[in-house]
Write a protein that binds this ligand. Structure first.
Ligand SMILES: Cc1ncc(C[n+]2csc(CCOP(=O)(O)OP(=O)(O)O)c2C)c(N)n1
Length: 609
């Protein structure tokens, strides 16, 4: 295609993305920002022989379009449909599966090392945003790539935005580089000047070239990336196709690790998204958008309740601090940030650091709350164990989007937290059944001097069992209804299902006990001992079955001899990765909706009559 045709293509792609993604929901602003960059990459390189690794992967839509997946956009992020992230199972052009940030340089370096070992050719390119570059893993990879010296291209897509505005010293540094507009031309001019400097032959040649390097460094100081062993090129305008193509063609012929710094605008070409890239980072499906507007925002979601309650409690207690890893608005901390800027910390996409930083704050006498999605807290596991729990520090974890996360799929499911938190000594782990209990649990967590996590789901904060509001007591479950023969023990967002199943069992003439576990850890010992009174014991949770509520009740119950005469069944997610789709679709599929649970319970009871 001619340059003019490529530019027209960019326009068409933008128009397509805006209309299609607004219909299905998905990541919009980041994709609008990489239209020219993606076209230029596919123009200059030959995928899948040349491999492109997209960091996080939320900006891979243009790449999907250019690799023959236009039709898939109708089912983007839907159950059984096209993924919103790179998926090797979907296309050979998706060189590596991503979803979590800051992995691209490591993965690309691995692919490059494999290429070298196998004696093969082809370029390997990592495309990483300035937000993802703030993650420590990216720097670990740069550290190794610079030393390895292999052919590797890292494209730093700098739009000054993470989901929110990028935070940290690296952002300032990149801004500095970006604003040195004369940098590239100065570098090129200088190289030409030094090329012309006559070299004296023999012994003097080495000294002269050393002098040249010295002069070059004095006039054009190396970037941090040069110091890491990369050849830094940039910044280049990421929307100027002609320029991008010429730079990429040049880069293609270069040896060793190259870092190309590209400057783009998030939301480019869609005025609303350019103005508010944070809101347009990820848009909801059309129908959901309208719902949101018609409802009362303040109490809509668990994240909202969290933001409201922590701000309220921080008014009373000057030692409460809040930490986010680059997602202040998503976790509900915008209000807190405005009200208490000194006690608010956005650490960038650095969950591991967030946890150890919080442990330091706690050691220094503050009460830090790390607000983070369940799936991203996986990054902080060792820090929770090693830095917070062993020292029994008072760090609170507000674990958002626990359970089924929806359209993002496997990489974003919040199903593993109960397992990875509950086996850590000293940890307290809670699951609220509704918005009020969540607010109470947060208050409890801020007073309980130990590492304490509350895990809650994405979306609307339920209002079920409003009347059941017994004070939150460490390790005490809440009996919602007493009963005999059957006991249903549920965690958090399984409250609605448990209530519906209990009603159906009552209609069958049964009288099931209904218990809200509240504390996954420490689990209620009295409740466990009481299990000896029941013939049927059922646990319900939206978490991986292994290591969650069911596992804990089974272990405590069996080892204590309280389940000897009982039929036990744990309703939870099986040992498989749960694909994209809505929560209700997944719940139905895995038999965790009221119909599925009731049916299974009936089967178990009929079998054991
Ligand atoms: C480990 C991890 N933490 C948080 C996120 C959530 N997240 C998705 S995209 C994003 C911002 C990425 O910013 P950047 O790399 O600059 O890409 P841009 O969207 O600006 O193109 C964040 C924080 C994630 N995917 N992975």
């Amino acid at each position: 295609m001619s340059l003019r045709e490529l530019q027209a293509l960019a326009g068409e792609i933008r128009a397509f993305l805006v209309s299609s993604v607004r219909e299905t929901g998905g990541h919009l602003a980041s994709n609008l920002g990489v239209v020219e960059l993606t076209i230029a990459l596919h123009y200059c390189f030959d995928s899948p022989g040349d491999k492109i690794v997209w960091d996080v992967g939320h900006q891979c839509y243009v790449h999907k379009l250019l690799t023959g997946r236009g039709a898939g956009f109708k089912t983007l992020r839907a159950r059984g449909g096209m993924s919103g992230f790179p998926k090797a199972s979907e296309s050979p052009h998706d060189a590596f599966n991503t979803g979590h940030a800051s992995t691209s340089v490591s993965a690309a370096l691995g692919l490059a090392a494999a290429r070298d070992l196998a004696g093969e050719g082809g370029a390997v390119i990592a495309v990483i945003g300035d937000g993802a570059m703030s993650g420590g893993l990216a720097f670990e990879a740069l550290n190794c790539a610079g030393r390895a010296g292999t052919n590797l291209i890292v494209i730093l897509n700098d739009n000054q935005m993470s989901i929110s505005k990028s935070a940290g010293a690296l952002t300032n540094y990149l801004n500095d580089l970006r604003t040195r507009r004369t940098y590239l031309s100065a570098k090129r001019g200088l190289s030409r000047l030094l090329e012309k400097t006559p070299l004296v032959g023999g012994l003097l040649a080495g000294a002269a070239s050393g002098f040249k390097n010295f002069m070059k460094q004095m006039l054009v100081p190396p970037t941090v990336f040069d110091d890491y062993g990369f050849n830094y090129i940039g910044p280049a305008d990421g929307h100027d196709l002609r320029r991008l193509i010429s730079v990429l063609e040049r880069v293609k012929g270069m040896k060793g690790p190259i870092l190309l710094h590209v400057h783009t605008k998030k939301g480019k070409g869609c005025p609303e998204a350019e103005l508010d890239p944070e809101r347009f980072h990820s848009v909801n499906q059309k129908s959901n958008d309208t719902e949101e507007i018609s409802e009362v925002r303040e109490w809509n979601t668990y994240s909202d309740v969290f933001g409201w309650q922590i701000t309220r409690l921080a008014e009373k207690n000057g030692r409460i601090a809040a930490i986010t890893a680059a997602m202040p608005a998503s976790v509900g901390l915008s209000g807190f940030r405005e009200r208490f800027p000194d006690r608010f910390f956005d650490v960038g996409i650095a969950e591991g650091h967030a946890v150890t930083f919080a442990a330091g704050l706690a050691k220094g006498g503050f009460i830090p709350v790390v607000a983070v999605y369940s799936t991203f807290l996986q990054r902080g596991y060792d820090q929770i164990l090693h830095d917070a729990a062993i020292s029994n520090l008072h760090v609170v974890f507000a674990v958002d989007r626990a359970g089924i996360s929806g359209g993002d799929g496997e990489t974003h499911q919040g199903l593993y937290d109960l397992a990875y938190l509950s086996h850590i000594p000293n940890m307290v782990v809670m699951t609220p059944k509704n918005r009020w209990e969540f607010a109470d649990m947060l208050e409890f967590a801020l007073e309980h001097p130990a590492p304490t996590a509350i895990r809650y789901p994405r979306g609307a904060a339920g209002g079920i069992f409003k009347e059941a509001r017994a004070p939150v007591e460490l390790g005490r479950a809440e009996v919602i209804e007493s009963g005999r023969d059957i006991i249903l023990i549920f965690a958090g967002d399984m409250a609605e299902t448990a209530a519906a199943v209990s009603e159906r069992l009552k209609k069958d003439g049964r009288s099931p006990a209904l218990v809200n576990i509240r504390f996954i850890k420490p689990v209620d010992g009295e409740l466990v001992r009481s299990l000896a009174e029941y013939r049927y014991v059922f646990t319900l949770e939206t978490a991986a079955g292994s290591g969650g509520l069911g596992s804990i009740i089974a272990r405590e119950g069996l080892c204590g001899g309280f389940l000897k005469n009982a039929e036990f069944y744990s309703f939870a997610l099986p040992d498989e990765f749960v694909p994209q789709g809505t929560r209700s679709e997944a719940m139905k599929e895995y038999g965790l909706d009221a119909d599925g649970v009731y049916r299974r319970i009936r089967e178990i009871m009929e079998k054991t009559l």
